[in-house]
Ligand binder design. Structure first.
Ligand SMILES: Nc1ncnc2c1ncn2[C@@H]1O[C@H](COP(=O)(O)OP(=O)(O)OP(=O)(O)O)[C@@H](O)[C@H]1O
Length: 319
């Protein structure tokens, strides 16, 4: 299997982490990364403790893999259930948040510039479909990116490979891995997409729909990048964002295509002000505040408000 592995040369500076569950995909990626010559790899496993004894056995399996490959290993356990209950979030959200927090701490500890994840094309199709059903804009249609610009970068070298290709690889190389019993539980929406929705779509359209969804994701990424660049150039040229974090409503801003407008608003509200829970619907509604004579106030998630007055938009915090 041809795999593009950034930073694989043995002389590359710094180390990299592999987020490893012990499942088929991350075990395959471990084998590929080592085969590609990546030497300074740290295996990182997060024990969510959600599957009783099975969770402990996964962690023990990953430790044995690390010994087998002669690589360092970090394992951490957290009480995901209590954490989720305290913050009133779903177990899935809590598990993801705590796992990424662990991975970022480990990246700092090992001065790692990259975190490898074993997401593949079928995961990508499920992610895009899930985003679609939650009410995404084009941004959500992009799904996951192969490599983020962040530090540390999140790298997904398997994103173009299908689950079947990875299964073939694992079989060909005789790799053993852990089966996750929760991967079949219909309690998780993700599993229902995987085991019920996608097979039904395949049957209805008499073809594999995942590659089509992945292709749409790539097109969305390209088009969205172009619109984002236009929006960022406009923000800079016009000096749209003030030091106090307000948005200047200029004639040039108002004359923009709605696709550019919504990206200006997303950049301002999401990236600069860091507001959570912005979906395409609220961005569209926010665009209407830019129109002369349109509404001058709208509700934002978490009790905030967006207001327009005297040529500026700004956000008021909940009282
Ligand atoms: N417990 C964990 N500890 C560390 N990394 C994890 C863990 N669970 C998942 N990951 C990382 O996140 C990626 C995506 O997670 P996902 O839940 O889709 O994978 P999985 O089906 O549990 O495992 P795998 O991808 O290894 O078969 C994994 O490929 C792996 O890189």
């Amino acid at each position: 299997m041809n795999l593009h592995v950034p930073n694989a040369s043995a002389s590359a500076p710094g180390s990299a982490l592999l987020a490893i569950s012990g499942g088929r995909d991350s075990v395959a990626l471990l084998h590929m990364l080592v085969s590609a010559g990546l030497k300074r790899l740290v295996l990182c496993h997060f024990n969510h403790g959600l599957r009783g004894r099975e969770s402990g056995q996964d962690a023990a399996f990953v430790r044995r893999l690390a010994v087998h490959y002669g690589l360092p290993c970090e394992v951490e356990k957290a009480d995901v259930i209590t954490w989720a209950a305290k913050r009133k979030v779903s177990l899935e959200t809590a598990a993801r948040t705590l796992r990424y927090d662990f991975l970022h701490r480990m990246a700092a500890k090992h001065a790692a510039a990259r975190i490898y994840l074993a997401h593949h094309a079928d995961d990508q199709a499920e992610t895009i479909l899930a985003n679609l059903c939650r009410g995404t804009g084009i941004g959500g249609l992009k799904g996951m990116v192969m490599e983020t610009n962040s530090t540390p970068a999140l790298c997904r070298p398997l994103l173009n490979k299908t689950r079947a290709e990875i299964a073939d690889y694992v079989q060909k190389h005789g790799l053993s891995f852990r089966e996750d019993s929760s991967n079949t539980s219909p309690q998780h929406r993700r599993n229902r997409l995987r085991h019920e929705v996608l097979p039904l779509l395949n049957a209805v359209y008499a073809r594999e729909v995942s590659p089509l969804i992945v292709r749409l994701g790539k097109q969305a990424e390209r088009d969205d990048d172009c619109l984002q660049q236009q929006a960022l150039a406009l923000i800079q040229e016009e000096g749209l964002i003030t030091q106090e974090g307000r948005l200047r409503v200029t004639a040039k801003l108002r004359s923009q295509h709605p696709a550019v407008l919504s990206r200006v608003l997303y950049f301002w509200l999401g990236e600069v002000l860091g507001l959570p829970g912005l979906d395409s619907e609220s961005l569209e509604a926010a665009s209407s505040l830019l129109l002369p004579g349109g509404v001058a106030k709208m509700n934002l998630p978490e009790g905030r408000h967006l207001r327009r007055k005297a040529g500026y938009l700004w956000v008021t915090e909940p009282t």
